[in-house]
Design a protein around this ligand. Sequence first.
Ligand SMILES: Cc1ncc(COP(=O)(O)O)c(C=O)c1O
Length: 387
Amino acid sequence: MGQRTVNNMKLEHRAPVETHARLDALLSNFEALGRRNVGYPCNHDFDYSALLPFMQYCMNNVGDPFHDSNFRSNTHEIEREVIARFAGMMRLDRDQAWGYVTSGGTEGNMYGLYVGRETFPDGVVYFSQDTHYSVVKILRVLKARNIMIKSQDNGEIDYDDLHETIRINRDAPVIFIANIGTTMKGAIDDVAKVRGILDDLAVTNAYVHADAALSGMILPFVEDPQPYGFDAGFDSAAISGHKMIGSPLPCGVALTKREYVARLSRSIEYVGVLDTTLAGSRNAMTPLMLWYAFERYGMEGFREMVAGCLDVAEYAVARFRDSGIPAWRHKNSVTVVFPKPSGEVFRKWQIAPYGDIAHVITMPHVTRETIDEIVDDCLRHKSERGG
Ligand SMILES: Cc1ncc(COP(=O)(O)O)c(C=O)c1O
């Protein structure tokens, strides 16, 4: 119950009993589902209770986090620290870095493509068959000319097809979407090879956006990462906040270079901000959550978390294979691919099927015991069907 006085009138807000019953049921449902969510890359291990008091305030990060705003109940300062942290991880000089906390991977991809398209309005966007579905949608919104390139069976882009297709369209600038961890197979497009193709074809007008939704929080923490980061040739990157980091509210980071954004910015008098972000009003809680996660774990904590996830992924591949199920994964990937299991198994474990394959993503809440249970379920249902 909440009681407030407005214009000398006492206002009581009491939700009916049934409402509480419904909320309780919803909570129990989430409680039951959490541990068995192994098909989507959401880390369920977190504790943001220290941030609950902030839910009492009307906070809004409207506008550019690197610029003042008339709306002062914001977390812009914290957001700038989050961007600096990601810039360091993605090997972008902090003085050159610009970015903001987005609503998720889709907005981050949209930002990258927007900057790419503004940089090269006549550019052709190249992306692979395995690129996340958000990109095709964004290209429709932007009405950007684009060509889908074939993928290899392992999910990585087909470099020969890319080379040949760019060669045919050599007169147009290139805007390339690099998959730094594809959704289904965790494949990483080799940006060094792509830059090599551009050099070979003497294409100098090129922009590379990296969709690093999940692996942007893995590669910075491993000993021998595939080429990633702005030093490998990225011009922008999108990384998710609700995946490896574990944010209960979907969010992400859009990262690019200050010089590109300077061309896009407009000043808005009403809110006293620079209008550089896609959304106007923006979530002020999610930057706080990302910042708090790094305060809590530190880089060393995330290194340990990622190492643990990779260890369970390795165990999963071995455990599936020992049971006669041909599973595999890419180097530095927590995405374990295996043949699509029966409907009972993928419904129970919230496994994402795609054609004749499926995957388990070994996020921090997925343990070796969880993998044992999944493999046992796969075998049981297979034998029940006489498979
Ligand atoms: C590779 C990749 N890119 C982008 C996204 C889009 O993220 P969101 O659902 O946060 O918009 C996802 C989501 O799973 C993804 O796997």
